[in-house]
Design a protein around this ligand. Structure first.
Ligand code: GLN
Length: 547
C-alpha cells in the first residue's frame, strides 16, 4: 500500500506547487523510494486538450495518449517516471464519469450528490495503482477556498481518514509577502490560509513558505505556533536561478527529512543526490552561449512552450553550453522578409501549433534556415511548414499548403501536401475520424513507433533505427509527395512502421535540418537530454564557433 502526500496551495496561485511536488518526488527517489505523481485539477474542462495555450500553457501528452496539465511535464522531468492517463484528472472528467454512471443506472435510483458520489469517484481515482509505489504524491490544483476545489479537498480529507493512521500527510504551500515599507515578512496570509484548510478538516503536516527574503527563525517559530505545525516542518522556499536547483535546495532546507519525519520513517535512508549534483554542475559550469530563435505564435506566454524551453536547456546541459531562447512571433513577417528577424541566431526552432495564423512566417523561417544553412528543428507544425516550404520553393508545387488552413467549407486555396488524417493504425486496431468529430481527445495522440532510414542523420542522432515518440496532431504530411520531394533532396528519414505516415524529414545537403511529426521535447530530462535536442544544440554550437 502506498503512502500518500497531498499537496495543496494557498494565499496566491502560481507558487510552484507542481515544481515542489516534482522536486520532492526526486528527493524521495534519491532515498531509494519509488514514486508516482498525480494532478487533480478543479476546473470543469474534461481535460486541458481543448484549452488555448494562452489559458493554460502547454498541453502535456502522455505515452498512453492523455492530454494533461503541464505540471505532469515537471513530474516527468524530475523523476523520469512516465506519466499516465490516470495521473491527471479534472472536475470535468470526474463529473462526466459520475453522470455517465447515473445515466447507466449504476446508482440504483439513489439521489446523486457531491458527497458521497463525486468524492467517491475522486477517491477511487487517487488510489489507482496504490500497490505499485512507495509514495503517491497528489497535487490539488488551484488554491484552498476555490469553489470548484471543495470536492477535492473533502475527498482527500475522507481518504486520509479511511487509510490506516500514518499513511497520508498534507503539505501546504503558501507565500510570505514582504512589506518593504516596514522591512517585514508577513505571516498573516499563511495563517489565514491554514485556518481555511483546517476549517475543512485538513491540518497540514508540512508547510512550504515561498519568500523572496530569508525567513528568520523567529518568523518560522511564529508560523509554527499559529499554524500548529512543527517548526522543523516549516520549510522555506526561496527563488532559484534554475528550476533544476530545486531538489538540492529543498534537501538543504530539510523538506524530504520533514516529510519522512511526518510519516515517522526512521531512520531515514541516506539520499544519493549525485544525479542532481551533476545537473547543477552542468547548469553552473557552461561555456559559451548559443542563441536559438523559437519561431511561434504563442510567444507572449512562455508556458505555452514549456517542454520545448526545458528540452533546449537540457540540450545545453548535454553540451555544457548556455542556451538562450528568443521568442520570435512569426506573424511579424508573414508578408515580409524574415531575414531581419532571424539573422544572428545560431539555430531556429519552429514548434507545434494550430491554425493558419502565423504560418506564412513559419514557412519563411524554414526557408531562411534551409538557404542559410542554419540548424533547424521543426516540431509537428514546424515539420509540416518545412515540408510545405520544400514543396513550394524547391519542388515547384506553388500552391502547396495544409488542409488545416482551408477551413472554410469547400475552400481549395491550397494543394494539400499536409492533409487531414482520418484513419490510422494504433497497436492492433484502426482509429477512424470524420470532419465533424468532437475536438477533444480526437487527434493522433500518444506514443507511436517510427522506423528510421539507415545512414540518415536521425539514425545517427538516436543511435538506432527504431524509436517511439509522442504525438498530438490531426494533420499529416501526404506520403504521395515523398518521391517528388526526395528527388529534390528532402529525405523522408523516419516513417510509421507501415510506411504510410511520414514521421521525420531532413535535408540531405544541410548541416542540420530536421522536421519531426512528434514531440520529442516531452521526453527530455535534465539528467537524460533528448538526443534530438542534444544534437541540435551541438550543431548550433558549431555555428557559434564559426561566427
Ligand atoms: N496543427 C497541426 C496538426 O494538427 C500541428 C499540431 C501540432 O503542432 N501539435 O496536425
Amino acid at each position: 500500500m502506498a503512502r500518500y502526500i497531498f499537496i495543496t496551495g494557498g494565499v496566491v496561485s502560481s507558487l510552484g506547487k507542481g515544481l515542489t511536488s516534482a522536486a520532492l518526488g526526486a528527493l524521495l527517489q534519491a532515498r531509494g523510494f519509488s514514486v508516482r505523481l498525480r494532478k487533480l485539477d478543479p476546473y470543469l474542462n474534461v481535460d486541458p486538450g481543448t484549452m488555448s495555450p494562452f489559458e493554460h500553457g502547454e498541453v502535456f501528452v502522455t505515452d498512453d495518449g492523455a492530454e494533461t496539465d503541464l505540471d505532469l511535464g515537471h513530474y516527468e522531468r524530475f523523476t523520469g517516471v512516465a506519466a499516465r492517463n490516470t495521473d491527471s484528472v479534472s472536475s470535468g472528467r470526474i463529473y462526466t464519469t459520475v453522470l455517465e454512471k447515473e445515466r447507466r443506472g449504476d446508482y440504483l435510483g439513489k439521489t446523486i450528490q457531491v458527497i458521497p458520489h463525486v468524492t467517491n469517484e475522486i477517491k477511487d481515482f487517487i488510489a489507482i495503482g496504490d500497490d505499485e509505489v512507495d509514495f503517491m504524491l497528489c497535487e490539488i490544483g488551484g488554491t484552498v477556498g476555490d469553489i470548484e476545489a471543495l470536492p477535492f479537498f473533502e475527498a482527500i480529507r475522507q481518504f486520509s481518514q479511511e487509510r490506516p493512521r500514518g499513511q497520508c500527510i498534507f503539505m501546504h504551500l503558501t507565500l510570505l509577502p514582504y512589506l518593504a515599507a516596514s522591512g517585514e515578512l508577513k505571516t498573516k496570509p499563511t495563517q489565514h490560509s491554514v485556518k481555511e484548510l483546517r476549517s475543512i478538516g485538513i491540518a497540514p503536516d508540512v508547510l512550504v513558505c515561498r519568500s523572496e527574503h530569508p525567513i528568520p527563525d523567529k518568523e518560522r517559530g511564529k508560523i509554527a505556533l499559529f499554524c500548529n505545525v512543527r517548526q522543523d516542518s516549516v520549510i522555506p522556499a526561496y527563488d532559484l536561478k534554475s528550476i533544476y536547483e530545486a531538489p538540492m535546495a529543498y534537501h538543504n532546507v530539510g523538506l524530504d527529512q520533514a516529510v519522512l519525519d511526518a510519516f515517522q520513517i526512521s531512520p531515514a535512508p541516506k539520499p544519493d543526490l549525485s544525479r542532481w549534483v551533476d545537473v547543477e554542475d552542468r547548469i553552473h559550469n557552461a561555456e559559451g552561449e548559443v542563441r536559438v530563435a523559437v519561431v511561434g505564435k504563442y510567444t507572449q506566454l512562455e508556458d505555452a512552450y514549456k517542454s520545448i524551453k526545458e528540452a533546449l536547456v537540457h540540450g545545453g546541459m548535454a553540451n555544457r553550453v548556455r542556451v538562450t531562447l528568443e521568442w520570435v512571433d512569426s506573424e511579424q513577417f508573414d508578408d515580409k522578409d524574415a531575414a531581419p528577424y532571424l539573422e544572428g541566431f545560431h539555430a531556429i526552432l519552429v514548434p507545434g501549433g494550430f491554425g493558419e495564423r502565423g504560418t506564412e512566417g513559419k514557412i519563411k523561417a524554414a526557408e531562411f534556415a534551409r538557404t542559410r544553412k542554419i540548424p533547424y528543428l521543426g516540431i509537428c507544425l514546424g515539420m509540416q511548414m518545412a515540408v510545405i516550404e520544400a514543396a513550394r520553393n524547391v519542388a515547384g508545387i506553388e500552391a502547396a499548403g495544409s488542409e488545416e488552413f482551408d477551413h472554410e467549407a469547400g475552400a481549395k486555396r491550397f494543394e494539400p501536401v499536409v492533409y487531414h488524417l482520418k484513419e490510422w493504425v494504433q497497436g492492433n486496431y484502426t482509429v477512424k475520424r470524420k470532419l465533424g468529430d468532437d475536438k477533444g481527445g480526437t487527434m493522433r495522440l500518444g506514443a507511436y513507433n517510427a522506423t528510421l532510414a539507415e545512414g540518415s542523420t536521425v539514425a545517427r542522432v538516436y543511435g538506432g533505427t527504431a524509436i517511439e515518440e509522442r504525438h498530438r496532431h490531426r494533420y499529416e504530411v501526404d506520403v504521395k509527395y515523398r518521391e517528388q520531394l526526395e528527388a529534390c533532396g528532402l529525405e523522408f528519414s523516419g516513417m510509421s512502421p507501415d510506411g504510410r505516415l511520414p514521421e521525420i524529414v531532413e535535408w540531405k545537403d544541410h548541416p542540420w535540418f530536421i522536421g519531426v511529426q512528434f514531440h520529442p521535447e516531452l521526453k527530455s530530462k535534465p539528467f537524460l537530454p533528448h538526443p534530438l535536442f542534444a544534437d541540435f544544440v551541438r550543431a548550433a554550437k558549431e555555428v557559434e564557433r564559426l561566427v
